[in-house]
Ligand binder design. Sequence first.
Ligand code: COA
Length: 157
Amino acid sequence: MSETLQWQKDSFTVSTDKSLLQIVRIHHFLSTQSYWCQGIPKNVVEKAVQGSLCFGLYDGDHPEHLQIGYARVITDSATFAWVCDVYIEPSYRGRGLSKWMMECLTSHPDLQSLRKIMLGTKDAHRLYEKFGFKATTTPERWMEIRRDDIYQKMKTP
Ligand SMILES: CC(C)(COP(=O)(O)OP(=O)(O)OC[C@H]1O[C@@H](n2cnc3c(N)ncnc32)[C@H](O)[C@@H]1OP(=O)(O)O)[C@@H](O)C(=O)NCCC(=O)NCCS
């Protein structure tokens, strides 16, 4: 893995430093506001951070350097990556911040020589198309195990 990287734009910072991540905020967004992992437990979010290349987006004008965006890349840094958990806090949307975060992410040195980079999205295709992603032309080659209700089941005693 490469060293920690940081990018600056106006008062905003994107950083891959995991020690800066505001896990409580990430967990709050993912567990209550995302459409893909509602109810995800905090310890699962923490474990996912440990095993991933993470991009935190911070507002330097906020007294607490609030984390206002996040993206996570699951990768071996050699052959393959999966981009996920991409979000911008609602009050910061529509200002180009997700595009900038994706710019930082896709320029990361560990992701330059991979054979495949994948992601899933319900409605943000046009965002990712700006960075070279295309709908797969060979869905018949791809298989998956889906456990969409796994976090709901975890809550059941
Ligand atoms: C999707 C999301 C990250 C966009 O963040 P943002 O900072 O508001 O987006 P930006 O201002 O950088 O602009 C995004 C660009 O992608 C386009 N876009 C495509 N699909 C979009 C979508 N579903 N939502 C927002 N923008 C979208 C926008 O039109 C814009 O392009 P333009 O500048 O050419 O008009 C944000 O709306 C969000 O967090 N949504 C909830 C979580 C989510 O859906 N994450 C993506 C999971 S795959």
